[in-house]
Design a protein around this ligand. Sequence first.
Ligand code: SFD
Ligand code: AMP
Length: 620
Amino acid sequence: MPAAPSTEVIECDILIIGGGMSGCGAAFEASYWGKGLRVIMVEKAVIERSGATGEGLSAINCYMGMKWGWNTPEDFVNYVRNDMMGLAREDLVYDVGRHVDATVHMWEEWGLPIWKKPDGTYERVGRWQIPIHGESIKPIVAEPSRFALGEENLYERILVTHLLIDERDPGRIAGAIGFGVRDGNIYEFRAKAVICTAGGASNIFRPRSTGEGLGRNWYSVFDTGSVYGLVIPIGTEMTQMEHRFVPSRFKDGYGPIGMWFQFFRARATNALGEDYTVTRESELRKYEPYGSAVPTPTPLRNHQMYLDIIEGKGPIYIRTEEAIARLAGGDAARLEEVKGEAWEDFLDMTISQALMWAGQNIAPEDTPSEIVLAEPYIMGSHSGEAGAWVSGPEGLATPDYSWGYNRMSTINGLFAAGDGVGAAPHKFSSGSFTEGRIAAKSAVAYVQDMGDTPRVDKARVDQLRKAIWQPLKTLEKHRGASTSEEINPHYLLPKQGLVRLQKIMDEYAAGTSVQYTTSEPVLQRGLDLLGMLREDLEQLGARDLHELLRCWELSHRAWVAEAHVRHLIHRKETRWPGYYYRTDYPDLDDANWKVFVNSKYDPDTGQWDTFTRPYHQIVP
Ligand code: SFD
Ligand code: AMP
């Protein structure tokens, strides 16, 4: 390990951070519109298998089907608004809805196999979802983006640790800094515009899978909250950071349930054989007008299952055997086909679930499978809406939702997409790629319109270079103070810090061990403990570059956790039962809280400001 890393400086016009779904969309579009501009992408892994879709997908969950008259963007806004229990940025959601089909058609041209009916129309899983043979969705989507950028503009295996601001204007972006996870060099990127697409956050909360199961989550373990952990520290305004997604999933393998409920039309029943969506129907009336929405909003579906579980009526089983028998209709050949589709769903997307079936002797045509509510995830692209507060599209955004370029954050020149954009959920893979395209087109316009070039502050860069490397030095300095590298009075290894963060979040911020409940005093105590953890993170130690990566991922996760807790404290109601419950404010309160909760961290004072912004209904 070198005692001090060497630094490479890279100058560009547009810097894309993260080569996942939205990053690939941004690269493709920026390269198209930005002829003559230098567009660079930096990714901590290798884009053909990085991010949430690296493990494959079995469906595209955001598709309007406008060419077949299935849905309009207006329908989509109505669906998303209800699923979020009334709160979404309708300008942003509409914008994704009106453009997303074009993305899906382009992916099909690139070779993505979409399931088709004999008449050539796409098969459908549900109203918005279409099935795909999607194990290779990521390489199919990444390759054209790699090609569009040009090999010399793709910097892989570099973890971005911090954003850089203009030395004359703290409200303006100037680039980013990080280190090579293989070569150990520091990379300083100087850019006129930055598009942050570094993914949502898993492992903020103690997962249900601990010990021997650690590392098995629903959302990608490689999504470490960097999209938030990068933008919050420079003072970007955030929205809905209290929101989380608690997915209902096949137990332990984390297999998604959407295909089973919608395509196979399976029921879920409790130990008494009851279907909670039937027996708990009246519970929905407490949450009108959202309780009557079709489909029932995701948190309320969770809430119905939750009530069965806390009343001791579990386990909950998804009745795969019933659904397969019904679809096969007694035809042996059809049975084989349906069994194949059932296994493919998981082999395409969550192989661990197929392994779980094999390991537990589960044949889905014979045996039902247990489902549970998983630990919370902080994200902005699935059924969660945490992220940056961004400017909306011209002609759709109200004046208070618009301050310039579409998808630009409150920091000039800093754009976001995918999990990074708040209050605009249900984008999934296709919508995230689409939002990357939208952000990139605006970033090109921003760069073309801009006057003088931002300048990075050299003193700040020097300070960051030292800080980035510090965990390696800390460990080296104190190595030998005990007989085990893992137990040392002077440093904390990143895994130890992660476990501590997860314990705090689980117990104080409504994780699984407290059945998703919390209250103001509990959250305040959690915030105190997070403050102490933050202090101790200064003493992180790393034995090698891999652990250095883990240190900085943990730092990003800690920012996400703090923002989440501060937002939870601010919103004094229970808007999303089934995601979390404020025991001190157990009801949904539309009269006072049908507003966005926003926050801003002040890098000069270290203080946070949390406040509200109005919700506007833009689409009837
Ligand atoms: O069934 C840094 N998703 C599903 N989407 C669908 O359309 N259909 C499905 O079937 C989906 N399902 C599903 C999904 C995800 C997962 C994990 C499973 C199942 C098991 C959701 C989508 O995948 C998701 O919405 C999008 O991928 C979000 O896109 P984006 O761009 O916001 O995030 P990303 O793709 O994870 O990319 C992030 C990239 O950033 C890199 N990165 N690079 C440099 N420096 C740093 N500090 C970085 N931090 C992160 C990452 O490596 C990555 O490349 S189902 O459950 O609904
Ligand atoms: P999941 O597999 O849970 O990630 O869900 C995939 C897609 O199906 C998402 O768009 C979900 O919102 C949707 N979905 C899952 N379960 C249901 C359900 N019971 N009713 C309606 N939509 C659902």
